[in-house]
Write a protein that binds this ligand. Structure first.
Ligand code: NAD
Length: 428
């Protein structure tokens, strides 16, 4: 097959994977609603976002030519309150993926009990090959394109894969210019000096660590000395590695898009953190690497996928050796693989619960912006811990009481609030 043939086959596989992501989410939402006793109408309302905007963004590139980028913004359900969710810059962003991610945001907000529905955005682009100037023009162009449907009381974006606080700052500035007043509450994940919250950057990882601690208690595993493997060394993965390493765990494997590092005696996390680039890449500095697939199958106690979706599938679920899998990434385990892991007695803490620390502190940031009064890092951490411990145990207890895997239990907890809000509003 020629290069063009390979690219076409990869694109086709990507479309199939994201469609699969959406349909598997719909299957679990349907099952959760049925278990809660809702009629089919509720499923019809919740199976797709209420709103889906596709935009085309012209950007003048540094060499003078204009490139047209495609972006999306999905708003799943705003019965509870404004929608909320990150914006992803990635070459493989597609419509079905954005829809599924917006549904997951609704579920997360329900699980941690925030006054929001779910939203999500994405732009098909490769920021690794773009200059800062091009990224700024793209970020501002995206905000202009979606400005009609977003805002502090409508839909509040945030960072996601390959977007960061600088991009949030440009987006906030563009929105404030359009509206002609300062609007820090339009977006979260901003730099501290622009109304960001203490603890936002490490919030996802902090939430994942709290879930790992709670799951480890249930399985009688001590964090000190536990062997941990983390896929991804970006915002989520790198903080996670640092926290677990500092807590005495042995981080024996980490990875990035280019490959993975493994040391059964524990990796030097501080050194790797020091050397990684702003895209979370570090393995290119080493000769002895293994593949991401080999990394996932390493012998360990706790496995944390913290990179991209569809990593644990029917092909490798039988080879996973961890006794706890905690999903920091969105959608790393397929629907079929979830069943295999559960049948094998592996405790799977699902993405919609495990990675909800980010949106929880985003909510804290928005509250602080709205009241114009800011909290200390300790206050943020303390509030976050309370929310995550309560949510973890709520989902775990539901799973035990109903004899379900934690993903289905989390979906039941997650859909309940938006379903009730939709019912009270008279939508269904
Ligand atoms: P990031 O862009 O900072 O880092 C992504 C990491 O994944 C990098 O190390 C990159 O090299 C690696 N990666 C990219 N493609 C890969 C591939 N094909 N195989 C293996 N590794 C690959 O992103 P992040 O913010 O750390 O997010 C990671 C995951 O966590 C995503 O699924 C995201 O949706 C989820 N998440 C992030 C947040 C947050 O606040 N950052 C919140 C909730 C969920």
């Amino acid at each position: 097959m020629g290069t063009q043939g390979i690219a076409a086959a990869e694109a086709k596989q990507q479309v199939e994977e994201s469609l699969n992501m959406l349909t598997s989410t719909q299957i679990v939402v349907k099952e959760a609603l049925a278990k809660l006793g809702y009629q089919e109408e509720m499923y019809e309302l919740l199976k797709e976002p209420l709103r889906m905007l596709t935009v085309r963004i012209p950007v003048r590139m540094d060499d003078g030519h204009v490139e047209i980028f495609t972006g999306y913004r999905a708003q799943h359900n705003d019965a509870v309150g404004p929608t909320k969710g990150g914006v992803r810059f990635h070459p493989e962003v597609d419509e079905n993926e954005v829809k599924a991610l917006s549904m997951w945001m609704s579920l997360k907000c329900g699980i941690v009990d925030l006054p929001y529905g779910g939203g999500k955005g994405g732009i098909i682009c490769d920021p690794r090959n773009m200059s800062l100037g091009e990224l700024e023009r793209l970020s501002r162009g995206y905000v202009r394109a979606i400005s009609q449907i977003v805002g502090p009381t409508k839909d509040i974006p945030a960072p996601d894969v390959y977007t960061n606080s600088q991009i949030m700052a440009w987006m906030m500035d563009e929105y404030s210019r359009l509206r002609e007043y300062d609007s820090p509450g339009f977006i979260t994940g901003k730099p501290l000096v622009l109304g960001g919250s203490h603890g936002r950057e490490k919030a996802t990882a902090e939430g994942v660590v709290i879930c790992i601690e709670e799951a480890a208690k249930k399985r009688g595993i001590e964090i000190k000395g536990a062997r941990v493997v983390i896929q991804g060394f970006g915002n989520a993965g790198s903080f996670l590695a640092k926290f677990l390493h500092d807590a005495g765990a042995k981080v024996i494997g980490i990875s990035d898009a280019n490959g993975a590092l493994h040391d059964p005696d524990g990796l030097d996390i501080d050194y790797l953190l020091d050397r990684r680039d702003s895209f979370g890449t570090v393995t290119n500095l080493f000769d002895h690497t293994i593949t991401n697939q080999e990394l996932l199958e390493l012998d360990c106690d706790i496995l944390v996928p913290a990179a991209i979706s569809n990593q644990i599938t029917v092909k490798n679920a039988d080879n996973i050796k961890a006794s706890i899998v905690v999903e920091a990434a969105n959608g790393p385990t397929t629907f079929e693989a979830t069943k295999i892991l559960s049948e094998r007695g592996i405790l799977l803490v699902p993405d919609v619960l495990a990675s909800s620390g980010g949106v929880t502190v985003s909510y804290f940031e928005w509250v602080q912006n709205n009241q114009g009064y800011y909290w200390s890092e300790e206050e943020v951490s303390e509030k976050l811990r309370k929310v995550i411990v309560k949510s973890f145990n709520n989902v775990y207890d539901t799973a035990v009481a109903r004899k379900l895997n934690m993903r289905l239990a989390a979906y039941m907890v997650g859909v309940r609030k938006m379903s009730e809000a939709s019912r009270f509003r008279g939508w269904v």
